[in-house]
Write a new protein. Structure first.
Length: 261
């Protein structure tokens, strides 16, 4: 992997394909689980990889105050347009996980779709989680998804297509490398836009992930100061993980401030 400008960028065509594949209203069960877990909280919610708003917009529509950031202008533009078309207002701006700079501000920080895995360096993830901890109010919670380590072995190539107006959008994915020791995978994502059978645009992305063991992330969350960590397998609240689990949601609670005496 040499050209970092190709890694996890979600540029124009990628954002369009994301929208075609995962429009607002599409849920893997995650939107329902996140809504349920957030029901007992009050106050602003930060989604620091908000993308097209697939999770942010249903929460906004349910009356939550949402703050969304994303490094991809193309994804943010889609999120802005989706909010505007529904008459919804969210605070949206460019930002990365490591630029979160807030002090006891949020009731929750949410990171669906395994997006924390886009950070490849575990030390950087530790710093990022420390930043989320600082950004949370006492009693606030960090909710994030992980793919299980099955993903390290899932390297078969695949292809998908969408008819989007006059354009045919295609995405093909080929595994480039897997490092089982570092728990990283790199795939080449080739996005294409075709019209009348003629290729118009191609975009290449190197899609790199750092996968986490569930217990490994649990320990990281505890080390960051979270008092209580809960696990939900397969987007079912309190469901226990087993050997077939593909996706795990971790919910980590920041302890309430001790009472002054
Ligand atoms: C899989 S999408 C998730 C979008 C949305 N949260 C959802 O659940 O559908 C991942 C998003 O993470 C963003 N992203 C990539 N690297 C990031 C980073 N270092 N910090 C924050 N967001 C990042 C991408 O631009 C993309 O919009």
């Amino acid at each position: 992997m040499t050209d970092t400008s190709l890694v996890n960028r979600y540029r124009s065509l990628a954002a369009r394909v994301y929208q075609a594949d995962k429009p607002i209203g599409r849920s893997f069960g995650d939107v329902e689980l996140y809504s349920e877990l957030l029901r007992g909280t009050a106050g602003p919610i930060l989604e620091p990889a908000a993308g097209n708003g697939r999770v942010l917009i249903p929460l906004l529509a349910a009356g939550r105050e949402m703050v969304g950031t994303d490094p991809s202008e193309d994804m943010l533009d889609r999120c802005r347009a989706e909010c505007e078309s529904r008459g919804l207002a969210a605070a949206l701006s460019v930002g990365r996980f490591d630029t979160v700079d807030a002090e006891s501000e949020y009731a929750a920080v949410v990171i669906p779709a395994g997006s924390i895995q886009l950070v490849l360096d575990p030390a950087a993830t530790r710093e990022i989680v420390a930043g989320f901890f600082r950004a949370l109010r006492p009693g606030g919670r960090l909710i994030l998804d992980l793919d299980s380590l099955h993903a390290l072995a899932e390297t078969a190539p695949w292809a998908k297509s969408w008819q989007d107006g006059d354009d045919l959008l295609t995405l093909t994915a080929v595994s480039e490398s897997v490092d089982v020791v570092a728990q990283t995978t790199v795939a080449q994502l080739r996005y294409e836009r075709w019209r009348d059978g003629v290729l118009d645009t191609t975009e290449l992305e190197q899609f790199a992930l750092r996968l986490w063991g569930v217990n490994e992330m649990w320990l990281l969350l505890e080390a960051a100061g979270f008092a209580e960590v809960r696990i939900h397998a397969g987007y079912v609240r309190d469901a226990a993980i087993d050997a077939d689990t593909r996706v795990v949601t971790l919910e980590a609670v920041k302890r309430e401030a001790p009472l002054d005496h």
